[in-house]
Design a protein around this ligand. Structure first.
Ligand SMILES: Cc1ncc(COP(=O)(O)O)c(C=O)c1O
Length: 467
């Protein structure tokens, strides 16, 4: 039996592409709602999911109709009024890379299963190492997301401190010093590798939740006096909630002086390395031991595509030492297998997405992109501050802007909820030192001052309905 029944690549993909092209045009022109959030059960019924799963029937004739509904009810990332989470708005070149992998499926963990994808990963990693400043001695790989990269980085730090942990189990005297506002994946990583949440020691931060480096030496001494071994010190570049960078250079010096592994959690902010103007935000990055850098945040690729980079390639080689003899064996290999050094077994061509975008825009184009977003965000914050009833008193360093509207009268969470329900904007919200803010993440150059003016108008209008 032909299990492709009714759907062909030539016709099905052509129809799908037509629909996607329309979707992209409408999204970019802001013709559709950014998102229309409907209850899950309603969506499942409308898309006829249960029946299709059981009976099949998707074919060259009806795929376009199905996709139309699918896309209609999805989040429209290319909409200029999407200002939500730190998820990249994919560049067409990244979407084409996904399309290629979607068909050829070269699972490139071992060279022979994906020679081109594996070669691309090597080249892209080398380029990223060079940007960090680790061209010669460094090593790294691509992995499925920043959360997994943080787990891997913590494993590397653990292996550096206690190489026996892999075979003998985990000592319970290890601690990790991390900012109070570090991403939840750091705490998860520490638990996953066997240390437990309580082994995270919060590093004090200032009123904007930026690490106060002067507090670190005392914290290190306190921990060591209590018999603790410091497995790693973590910094944000930038923090998820505020978009502010911790003082990397000062923290790095303290880590070096006290012989502590320094991990920079920079899936969002590392792309500033490509901008001459904003690279100083990462001053000292080359003194770290490990760095994570998501392409699917600020480098215009679809998710997921994360680089995990080590200053010392020995850490990259030695962290995971398990053997899979059917895959890892002595062989004449014309290329390089990444499998022994990564957590995944099967891995998609995730670096290829970044390669395709870079191949289209070049590193200068990517640098200009981030610089524009960071510049625009500063302008937008000033606009917000100049509007009656709005305040944006958290500095802007990246493309994240926090603000409040009439905080004495209005619950900011309710305001956000009502705003999103209108379908006209998608924004997020966060807390800084216990205070609730509305949060914009400016992810595309097509989000302009005009859209910000419209946003402020809309918020004012929605708020009137709440009074
Ligand atoms: C600072 C930081 N670390 C880690 C992560 C997790 O990355 P990912 O979403 O790629 O798993 C995020 C995501 O927002 C982040 O902001």
């Amino acid at each position: 039996m032909n299990n492709h029944a009714g759907i062909s690549y030539s016709q099905g993909a052509k129809k799908a592409l037509e629909e996607l092209v329309n979707y992209l045009k409408n999204s970019r022109e802001g013709k559709s709602p950014v998102v229309e959030l409907r209850p899950m059960a309603e969506l499942a019924a409308d898309l006829n999911l249960a029946q299709q799963i059981r009976e099949g029937g998707l074919n060259d004739e009806n795929i376009q109709e199905f996709l139309h509904k699918y896309l209609d009810h999805s989040m429209h990332m290319h909409h200029p009024r999407y200002m939500g989470h730190q998820v990249a708005v994919p560049h067409p070149a990244s979407a084409i890379a996904d399309m290629v992998h979607g068909l050829i499926c070269n699972a490139m963990s071992i060279y022979e299963m994906g020679p081109v994808a594996a070669t691309i990963e090597r080249e892209v990693v080398q380029w990223m190492l060079e940007k960090v400043g680790w061209q010669v001695e460094g090593g790294g790989l691509f992995t499925d997301g920043g959360s997994l990269a943080n787990i891997h980085a913590m494993l590397a730090a653990r292996a550096a401190l206690d190489p026996h942990a892999w075979t003998k189990g985990v000592r319970q005297d290890m601690v990790v010093l991390a900012p109070e506002n570090s991403h939840y994946s750091v705490a998860r990583a520490v638990s996953i590798i066997g240390l437990g949440h309580e082994s995270i020691v919060p590093i004090p931060t200032d009123r904007f939740e930026v690490v106060i480096p002067d507090t670190l030496p005392d914290l290190i001494h306190q921990q060591r006096d209590q018999g603790k071994a410091i497995m790693a010190i973590v910094a944000n570049a930038c923090a998820t909630s505020t978009g502010l960078y911790d003082p990397i250079d000062e923290i790095a010096d303290i880590c070096q002086e006290h012989h502590c592994w320094f991990h920079i959690d920079s899936p969002h902010g590392a792309t500033a390395l490509l901008s001459e103007k904003y690279r100083p935000l990462l001053k000292g990055i080359e003194k770290a031991d490990s760095v994570i850098w998501d392409a699917h945040k600020m480098m215009q690729t679809s998710s997921l595509s994360t680089a995990l980079l080590f200053k010392n390639k020995e850490h990259y080689y030695q962290t995971l030492s398990q053997k899979a003899s059917y895959l890892i064996h002595e062989k004449e290999n014309p290329g390089y297998d990444v499998l022994p050094y990564q957590i995944e077994c099967t891995k998609a061509a995730i670096a290829a997405k970044l390669f395709f975008v870079l191949a289209a825009v070049g590193e200068k184009g990517m640098g200009d992109f981030i610089e524009n977003l960071y510049n625009n965000s500063r302008t937008f914050a000033t606009m917000i501050n100049n509007r009656q009833g709005f305040e944006s008193n958290i500095p802007v360093e990246s493309n994240i802007i926090l603000f409040r509207y009439q905080p004495d009268k209005i619950n900011q969470l309710t305001l956000r909820e009502k705003l999103i329900k209108t379908g006209s904007f998608y924004i997020t919200s966060t807390e800084v030192k216990g205070v609730r803010y509305l949060r914009l993440v400016i992810m595309q150059e097509s989000s302009t001052a005009e859209h910000i003016e419209a946003l402020l108008d809309k918020i004012t209008e929605v708020a009137e309905g709440l009074n």
